[in-house]
Design a protein around this ligand. Structure first.
Ligand SMILES: Cc1cc2nc3c(=O)[nH]c(=O)nc-3n(C[C@H](O)[C@H](O)[C@H](O)COP(=O)(O)O)c2cc1C
Length: 255
């Protein structure tokens, strides 16, 4: 399915629901809106946005992923968590997850991340998205991953075990190109994710436009023209890749 066709369908669906409501058919409006919260067979995909900007490249890719997943049907709920809007710490080394007889593969430290980690443990799919900063994912993403992964690690036998396995997609955006980049991606955390949840799929948007207007900033190292040309050629395709991956993940967990 083409991402833009899906967008048109969604806009029409919302308009139809609003219209039905206005015309005094509340039952029809409710059906059209697809109230799904209490369905027993709902599957859940959690998207973790590790970038600070709400409306730029990483958020755009994650939105396209969410739309793709939602296009697979009403039985998939997609929740996006923006790490930069949460107040949380990295692993505190409290060792509460490793106490004899009470070991847990979900972090016990109580802060704003705790309920998200509980939700991830029971989710059906996980998506992580981050811009590349100095070759790595953002500090916020790394901090989140410490909390996610340390409880998975057994110091008895060095295995990595999550509550359940699930499909994982890792999304990155960066200035680098496929030929020239300094990308370490999710680094050593990728091994943890692969061992505990499953081998991740990767989607990378290269050579992104870091700003909307290059003329406003000291960015002489970049050619605005070259950036624009790259964007015209690649950005829609990158979004479509994210959309397709979302659709594929949703279809696989609905199967
Ligand atoms: C602090 C900082 C460090 C960055 N470091 C790199 C880097 O090492 N390699 C790279 O290719 N891009 C780097 N970038 C560019 C971003 O990864 C790129 O513009 C990304 O698409 C931004 O994502 P966003 O639009 O979602 O914020 C850096 C940007 C910032 C702000």
């Amino acid at each position: 399915m083409d991402r833009r066709d899906f967008m048109k369908t969604t806009v029409n669906g919302v308009a139809a629901a609003a219209m039905a409501g206005l015309m005094g058919f509340p039952a029809l409006a409710a059906a059209t809106r697809r109230i799904t919260q209490n369905r027993r067979d709902m599957k859940k995909i959690i998207i973790i946005d590790g970038g600070p900007r709400r409306n730029m490249n990483t958020a755009g890719m994650l939105r396209a992923f969410a739309e793709g997943a939602e296009s697979a049907g009403e039985d998939v709920e997609v929740k996006t968590v923006r790490l930069y809007e949460l107040d949380y710490r990295g692993c505190m080394s409290c060792m509460a997850c490793k106490v004899k007889g009470k070991a847990s593969n979900i972090c016990k430290f109580k802060d704003a991340l705790a309920p998200i980690l509980e939700e991830i443990a029971l989710a059906d799919g996980l998506v992580l998205g981050s811009p590349i900063y100095f070759g790595d994912v953002t500090g916020q993403m790394r901090t989140f991953l410490e909390r996610l992964a340390f409880p998975w690690l057994s110091y008895n036998d060095y295995s990595m075990t999550a509550t359940k396995r699930m499909p994982v997609v890792l999304i990155e955006t960066m200035n680098g190109t496929p030929e020239r980049n300094n990308d370490n991606g999710y680094g050593s955390m990728e091994y943890c994710l692969a061992s505990a949840l499953g081998e991740p799929e990767h989607i990378i948007a290269y050579n992104t436009c870091q700003v909307k207007d290059y003329a406003r900033f000291e960015l002489a190292g970049f050619s605005e023209d070259a950036k624009r040309r790259w964007r015209e050629e690649h950005w829609e395709k990158d979004l479509q890749k994210a959309f397709d991956a979302g659709r594929k993940m949703a279809e696989s967990i609905l199967r």
